[in-house]
Design a binder for this molecule. Structure first.
Ligand SMILES: Nc1ncnc2c1ncn2[C@@H]1O[C@H](COP(=O)(O)OP(=O)(O)OP(=O)(O)O)[C@@H](O)[C@H]1O
Length: 606
């Protein structure tokens, strides 16, 4: 283990045992936590600490989150922290947010006090959070953005105020009994019957203490009256605005005519000038882009035509972004396909964006806008949001944040060249993608919006090195309304059928291929998708299964049983008959079970 990480770990462990000064004999700076297998500490390939499990170690010092999570190496590797059944005091400092990779934080049965830090809600990967039987007080933060949380236990503390809502359908265990909560208890939909016991100030339909009827109806009337006056006032403004817009459009059209005449003589530099030049754009790391000069990403006549039509979605990151800002910024071509080009744009304020320019997409403007708005409503931390968009009949522009850590394809390419990409990171990435996709599929199933083009070059690593699915909902096959799209139909993937359910099944296929890439280290980009799946099938049929896995996974000693299990999931996903493929929710459950098993085995090694 790196010296700095070791010293942070020694400080953390030292503080846990300060009362009786009883360090475990090997917890000191002269030995190595990984090589000397410190009690309670599990490492990965002798280099990084994966888990700390000090259940019932008779510890009584204080919980020093800062030493642990301020160390970059520990913070980026630690996934399990269990201190159950000790006598540890202190509090949860906000630095906990830096331990980004925690999937389990279990502190049950200690003396930890203070408020429950709102920074816990930054731990996107958290699955289990147990703070029961401690001395926490104050309000509980809203943890609903941790979409994968399956366990939340906070019974027997001194928590007060309202209980925030949770995704009860995702939770397997939930308990906030014997605290001092008040106000309406969130509806658990009939689950966790005893979870609110011992909170006499709570009320709700599922409790003996019903909530008093709200007096909001009279307030509503007042506000309705008030809003009538407002409506009158605003309609006045609206009329004025419409007159103003008509005037501007008139002026713009006039200017456009003049410019069109001038354009014949004086052409504005545009990407259309070099549309026929061959561009080889492959992965982030291996792209060879011929046109690297600063160019405008829209043609000159458009810039005159639409100065106000960029729709900035709710993303606070680009608040105030205008079409002019995009036009003014230097653009670098990152890649060009049959129907689309991708540009990297650097704004004056230093923000780096990418703009996807899609041409001749047979989707109506209103349907496209509706889709963008739905995608804006359904956000997941592991799915890259569209920040802004523009739509005309000929082309659509979509703006995303630039991801400087590259794509999963780049990571696999690196692994091909011998860079470390270990088994538990691969499993973690697979689980996060599956969960994010399950969330999107569930939320957008009624709208028929699937990803449509899921592949490892569309998965990026964000600044915390967590996977992020890009271009969700962009390439859709024929939808319910019958408008066609960009995707090249492929019988094998199962995208030839009309209707949105086959688009969802095509995503499962795409995900299965990503799993195969993660397991085998062989890339579709080199082999072709059908070749890869055929090869895997043939290897499995011949029962030389171990041969199929990436050699680096075998040599790091990854669990063959779990790799075989993941391979079975992948094979189900790439089944040539779309109906036989599992749903992404089923896939996510299977992969999560494997991830849990992996963690349990790490803990038991400790
Ligand atoms: N948000 C982003 N941040 C950083 N790089 C990106 C981003 N989006 C795309 N890229 C990179 O830009 C290059 C071109 O992307 P583009 O989407 O045009 O290609 P693609 O993924 O190969 O094709 P497709 O159109 O099928 O998605 C790729 O190397 C891709 O990894």
């Amino acid at each position: 283990l790196e010296a700095e990480a070791k010293s942070s770990l020694v400080t953390f462990l030292g503080k846990l045992s300060n009362n009786n000064g009883q360090l475990d004999p090997v917890w000191n700076s002269t030995s190595d936590p990984c090589l000397d297998q410190w009690k309670g500490v599990t490492c990965h390939t002798h280099q990084t600490v994966k888990s700390i499990n000090l259940t019932r170690f008779d510890l009584s010092g204080s919980f020093d989150v800062t030493s642990l999570c301020n160390d970059q190496s520990l913070a980026s590797s630690l996934s399990v922290l269990i201190l159950d059944g000790n006598n540890i005091g202190g509090d949860i400092s906000d630095d906990i947010a830096k331990c980004k990779h925690l999937t389990r934080l279990q502190l049950s049965g200690n003396q930890i006090s203070g408020i429950v830090s709102g920074s816990l809600s930054m731990l996107n990967n958290l699955k289990r959070l147990d703070i029961s039987y401690n001395k926490f007080s104050g309000n509980l933060p809203d943890l609903s953005r941790i979409s994968g949380l399956i366990l939340f236990l906070a019974q027997y503390n001194k928590l007060t105020g309202n209980i925030p809502t949770f995704h009860f359908s995702n939770l397997e265990q939930f308990n906030v009994s014997y605290n001092d909560f008040s106000g309406p208890a969130p509806d658990t939909k009939g689950r966790f019957p005893d979870c609110y016991l011992g909170n006499p100030k709570l009320c709700g339909d599922q409790l003996a203490n019903k909530c008093p009827p709200s007096n909001s109806s009279s307030e509503n009337k007042k506000s309705k009256k008030f809003s009538k006056n407002q409506i009158l006032m605003y309609s006045g403004y609206a009329v004025l605005a419409i007159v103003l817009i008509i005037f501007i459009i008139y002026k713009l059209l006039k200017r456009k005519k003049t410019e069109q005449k001038a354009a014949a003589v004086n052409k504005v530099a545009s990407i259309d000038d070099n549309i026929d030049k061959p561009i080889v754009a492959s992965t982030d790391q291996y792209k060879t882009v011929e046109t690297r000069s600063e160019i405008s990403f829209v043609s000159g006549d458009q810039s005159a035509m639409v100065s106000t039509s960029l729709v900035v979605l709710t993303s606070p990151e680009v608040n105030g972004l205008s079409f002019e800002d995009l036009l003014r910024a230097p653009a670098e071509l990152l890649g060009r396909g049959m129907h689309s080009s991708l540009y990297k744009i650097m704004l004056e304020n230093g923000m780096v964006l990418v703009v996807k320019r899609v041409k001749n997409w047979a989707i109506s403007s209103s349907e496209f806008k509706h889709r963008m708005q739905r995608l804006d409503q359904v956000k997941h931390p592991n799915v890259l949001s569209v920040l802004a968009f523009y739509s005309s009949q000929q082309e659509k522009l979509l703006v995303y944040e630039y991801q400087q850590n590259g794509s999963l394809l780049g990571l696999l390419h690196g692994a091909e060249m011998g860079q470390a990409f270990d088994w538990s990171s691969r499993l973690g990435i697979a689980a996060s993608i599956a969960e994010a996709l399950a969330f999107m599929h569930e939320e957008l199933s009624d709208d028929g919006i699937a990803h449509g083009n899921l592949k490892s070059s569309n998965i990026f690593l964000n600044k915390n090195m967590e996977p992020c699915i890009s271009e969700y909902g962009l390439n859709m096959m024929e939808n319910n309304q019958g408008s066609s799209s960009l995707i090249v139909n492929d019988g094998f993937k199962g995208t030839t059928g009309v209707g949105s359910s086959s688009a969802f099944k095509a995503d499962i296929y795409g995900f299965g291929v990503i799993l195969l890439e993660l397991l085998t280290g062989r890339l579709v980009q080199n082999d072709g998708v059908e070749e890869l799946t055929r090869w895997v099938h043939s290897v499995v049929l011949e029962e030389w299964t171990a041969e199929v896995f990436d050699k680096s996974l075998i040599s790091e000693g990854a669990s063959e049983a779990r790799m075989v299990n993941l391979l079975q999931v992948a094979i189900k996903c790439v089944n040539s008959s779309p109906e036989t493929r599992p749903t992404i929710k089923q896939v996510a459950v299977m992969i999560n079970t494997l991830r849990e098993e992996e963690e349990t085995s790490l803990i038991s090694q400790a």
